[in-house]
Every structure is written in C-alpha cells, then in structure tokens.
Write a protein that binds this ligand. Structure first.
Ligand code: NAD
Length: 248
C-alpha cells in the first residue's frame, strides 16, 4: 500500500463523521458508462436532453422515452461492484453517516446502504414520476405502454407530464435532498469523493462546502479534477482497487 492510501485508511479509521460523495465513476465497474471519461463517456455519444426542451416539446419527450426503452438496458442489467459494497458496509457499521450521490442508478442501495442514508441529488432513473402531482410510475408499466402505443401518455390521475425521477440539466434540484446533503457536509470531518469529475454544479459545491466547514477532503478519481488543488489528499487511480486496499 502506498503512502497516500495508508494515510486515507488511517483517516477513515479515525473519522467520527464521514460522508462519501460519489459520481458516475463508481458505477463504471458495474458496466454503466460515465459522462466524461475520454472515449467511453456518454457525453460524446449522446447529448443529454435539457429539462426545458423536454417540457416544451412532445416529440422530444417521446425521443427521451425511446432512448430509455430502446437503448441498452444498462442500469437494469448492472449489479453493485466492490466499491458500492465497501461503502454500503461503512454505512452499516455506522462509519459513514451518508452517501451523497450524483448517480441515478440506485446501486448504493442495492449494495445494502439504507435508502435514508443515500442522498440522490440528481434523482433516480429506475422509476418515473408525474411532474405535477408526483405520482410514482414503474418503468416496466411505461415501457409496455411505449411498446404498444409508441408513446408514453400523460399522468392518468392529473394529466401532467411523466418523466423518469431524475434531475435533468436545467431542472431544479430536489430542495429537501439538497438541504439534507448540505447538513451532512457541514457536520462531516471527512469527505471522501469517489468517481466524480466535479464539474457539475450545484452538486460539486457539496465537497467544497464540507472542506470549507472543516472536513478533511479526499478525492479518488482516475483523472484530475478541478478540486484537486483544495483537497487534502488526492489519489489518481481505479476505484474498486483503491477502495479495496482501504479495507484490507
Ligand atoms: P463524470 O462522468 O463527469 O465523471 C466521472 C469521473 O469518474 C471521471 O472523471 C472519470 O475519470 C472517473 N472514473 C470513471 N471510472 C472510474 C473508475 N473505475 N475509477 C476511478 N475513476 C473513474 O460523472 P459525474 O461527476 O458523476 O457527473 C456526471 C453526471 O451524470 C452526474 O450528474 C450523474 O448523475 C450523471 N450520470 C450518472 C450515471 C449513473 O448513475 N451511474 C452514469 C452517467 C452519468
């Protein structure tokens, strides 16, 4: 084990109030591509649909459902990897107070982290909600509708627009989740960032808030991030392997 990994291992052991902040990088080892990795990132292949366009145009809405139901079912097929499992164990042991995640794949919970301790600041892509009355819809039901009728109809209760329960670019952040995440960041003595390019705001402001509130800021990422300069410890490496060496 190298010096930085040994220091981080010690910091984790000593922490009284640790949070993990995760991005798409923690799920790449589960086969879900991230957005910004060179070559494989989804960003280069398919630009995300901004919220305003989704709201304004029925054709764009149906295109968004087509992508969801006719594209490869990467989220459905994915299973948690050892990074998710290690973090879930930290939560179960009471070592980690919360996992604040930008991910929408639900893999932290499927690895065994209690849902109340996983704060999904960008929502969840495994189900849908009505944007007006917030009624929940299961994707299997909407996929069947899309296959049969070639479209997803408005909410059967109120006629509102249905959308996966994610936060798209341009959409307001979920205020209760953000407030809870901010409270955890203010109370943290260690903030471990794993697999995020740290360029998507306001989410990327959360590790900054933890650092400004006195937490030790550690970043594990394959590539450099704009926050490396303010971090107390940076490890450029693969997540599964690095996290595994922290618990050996
Ligand atoms: P990002 O794609 O901008 O950055 C991911 C970072 O992880 C990159 O810097 C990359 O170098 C690093 N990385 C990838 N695999 C790694 C590995 N195995 N080990 C170490 N580092 C690795 O992701 P982001 O910062 O989360 O921002 C993208 C946005 O896209 C988020 O809002 C997120 O909601 C969304 N997104 C989510 C998923 C998901 O839920 N799994 C997937 C793609 C995009």
């Amino acid at each position: 084990m190298n010096e930085r990994t040994a220091l981080l291992k010690q910091r984790i052991q000593d922490a009284r109030s640790m949070i993990c902040f995760t991005g798409a990088g923690i799920s790449t080892e589960s086969g879900i591509p991230d957005f910004r990795s060179p070559g494989t990132g989804l960003w280069q292949q398919q630009k995300p649909i901004p919220f305003q366009d989704f709201i304004a145009d029925e054709v764009i809405r149906q295109e968004s459902w087509r992508r969801r139901f006719e594209g490869p079912a990467v989220i459905e097929r994915a299973t948690p990897n050892r990074g998710h499992e290690i973090m879930a164990r930290w939560v179960q042991e009471g070592r980690c107070r919360a996992i604040v995640t930008q991910n929408v794949d639900g893999l932290h919970q499927r690895a065994g982290a209690a849902a109340e301790q996983v704060l999904e600041v960008h929502g969840n892509a495994t189900y849908a909600r009505c944007l007006s009355c917030e009624r929940r819809y299961e994707l299997a039901e909407l996929a069947e509708q899309f296959r049969t009728h070639g479209q997803v109809a408005p909410c059967e209760a109120c006629g509102g627009i249905l959308k996966t329960a994610t936060i798209s670019f341009g959409q307001a952040m979920p205020s209760a989740v953000m407030s809870a995440a901010e409270a955890h960041c203010r109370a943290a003595d260690l903030c471990l960032v794993a697999g995020s390019s740290l360029v998507v705001y306001p989410a990327a402001g959360l590790p900054e808030l933890a650092k400004a509130s006195g937490a030790f800021l550690a970043i594990i990422n394959r590539e450099p991030t704009p926050m490396d300069g303010i971090a107390d410890l940076v490890i450029h490496g693969e997540l599964g392997e690095t996290l595994a060496s922290l618990v050996e």
